[in-house]
Design a protein around this ligand. Structure first.
Ligand code: KG4
Ligand code: ZN
Length: 333
C-alpha cells in the first residue's frame, strides 16, 4: 500500500509518500515563509497562488525522490479541513483530478488529526489511549484520545493559539516571522527568570489563554528598564511552556492516562520538548513528540493518516467538500 499525501492548508506546499502506513519514502515541503514574512503573517490569496505554482513540481519531486511513478500509488490523501479556503481548494482539486485520472481512491484528511498521526511515523511503538496536545499557529487543543479516531476535546484556547502568541510576541520584540523559531533562537542567550510573566492556568478548566501574556510582553517592552530582547524571549517562552506542560499533565492525570502525545508547529520547540519529557518521566508517563520537521506542516502526516483511513474505514467518493473550519471529532476507526 503506497499512499501519496498532499498538504496545502496554509503556507506550505507539501507532498510525501508513505508505504504501509508508517514507512516514510519521501517528504517534500516547499515553504512560502519568506514570501509571507514581509507581511508579518500568511496572506491567504498569495498562499493560494503559490500553491498553484508549486504543487505539481512538488509532487514530481516527491515521486522522483521515492523512485516511483504515479502508477505505483495505491491511494491519495489530501487535507480538506480546516485551513484557508483557497489554499485547501488547490490541494483538494489537484488530488481529485489525479485520483480520477488514475482510478484510485482520494481520502480527505483532517489537518489536526494528521498532526497527531505524525507521531506514528517516528514512534512505531506508540499506542492510544493518550492525552494529546495539538499546538500550532491556529490551534491549542487538548484531547483525550481513547483509541484511533475517538477524540474528546477537553479544552482549547479562548483567544490566541500558542503559535499565534509566539508569532505576535516575536513581532513585538522585533524578531522575524515565524515567531516560534526566532523566539527559540533569541531565548538561547536569555534568562527565563528575567521577567515573571503571568501564567493563565484557569484551574478547574482545560482551557488556555495567551492574550494576557501578549499584553504583558507589550507592557514589559515599553518600560525604560526592560531587559534585553533575549531575556524577554526566554521569559515569554518559559511562561508558554510552563502553562502547556502543567495543563497537559493535569489533563493526563484526570483522565488516568499514562501516555502524552504532542503535535503541531509549537511542538517543535526545544524548551517545550525538554520540559514535557521531564514532567512525564517524573510521573512515569510516556511522552511522544515528532521530530521538528514532522511537527510543522508537512504531507507525511497526511499520507500516514490517509493510510489508516484507507485500511480501516469506508472510502468516500470524490464529492467531499473543502471545509475551512471544523473541529476534530470522533469517527471511530
Ligand atoms: O503546525 P504549523 O506548521 O501550522 C499550523 O497548522 O498552524 O504551526 C505553525 C506555528 C507557527 O505559529 C510557528 O511560529 C510555530 O508553529 N512554531 C514554533 C516553532 N516552530 C514553529 N513555535 C515555537 N517554537 C518553535 N521552534
Ligand atoms: Zn498545522
Amino acid at each position: 500500500m503506497i499512499v501519496l499525501g498532499i498538504e496545502t492548508s496554509c503556507d506550505e506546499t507539501a507532498c510525501a509518500i508513505v508505504q504501509d502506513g508508517r514507512k516514510l519514502l519521501c517528504t517534500v515541503v516547499a515553504s512560502q515563509m519568506e514570501e509571507h514574512a514581509s507581511y508579518g503573517g500568511v496572506v491567504p490569496e498569495l498562499a493560494s497562488r503559490r500553491h498553484v505554482e508549486l504543487l505539481i513540481p512538488v509532487i514530481r519531486q516527491a515521486l522522483s525522490e521515492a523512485n516511483l511513478t504515479l502508477q505505483d500509488i495505491t491511494a491519495i490523501g489530501v487535507t480538506n479541513r480546516p485551513g484557508l479556503l483557497g489554499a485547501l481548494l488547490v490541494g483538494v482539486t489537484s488530488a481529485k483530478a489525479l485520483g480520477q485520472a488514475l482510478g484510485i481512491p482520494v481520502i480527505p484528511v483532517h489537518h489536526i488529526e494528521a498532526h497527531l498521526y505524525a507521531n506514528f511515523i517516528t514512534h512505531p511503538e506508540m499506542e492510544f489511549p493518550a492525552t494529546a496536545l495539538v499546538v500550532s499557529g491556529g490551534h491549542t487543543d487538548l484531547f483525550d484520545v481513547e483509541s484511533h479516531g475517538v477524540y474528546r476535546l477537553l479544552g482549547r484556547t479562548r483567544d490566541d493559539a500558542a503559535g499565534e502568541a509566539f508569532d505576535k510576541c516575536a513581532r513585538l520584540m522585533g524578531l522575524p516571522y515565524p515567531g516560534g523559531p526566532s523566539i527559540q533562537e533569541a531565548a538561547k542567550s536569555g534568562d527565563p527568570k528575567a521577567i515573571a510573566f503571568p501564567r493563565a492556568l484557569m484551574p478547574g478548566t482545560h482551557a488556555f489563554s495567551f492574550s494576557g501574556l501578549k499584553t504583558s510582553v507589550k507592557y514589559a517592552l515599553a518600560k525604560p528598564d526592560c531587559p534585553p530582547v533575549p531575556d524577554v524571549a526566554a521569559s515569554f517562552q518559559a511562561a508558554v511552556v510552563d502553562v502547556l506542560v502543567r495543563k497537559t499533565i493535569a489533563a493526563a492525570k484526570e483522565c488516568g492516562r499514562t501516555t502524552v502525545v504532542l503535535a503541531g508547529g509549537v511542538a517543535a520547540n526545544a524548551a517545550l520538548k525538554v520540559a514535557m519529557e521531564d514532567a512525564c518521566s517524573r510521573r512515569g508517563m510516556r511522552c511522544y513528540i515528532p521530530p521538528p520537521s514532522l511537527c510543522t506542516d508537512n504531507a507525511a502526516m497526511i499520507a500516514t493518516t490517509a493510510s489508516y483511513h484507507f485500511m480501516h474505514r469506508a472510502i468516500p467518493g470524490l464529492d467531499f467538500a473543502v471545509i475551512p473550519s471544523e473541529p476534530l471529532s470522533s469517527h471511530g476507526i
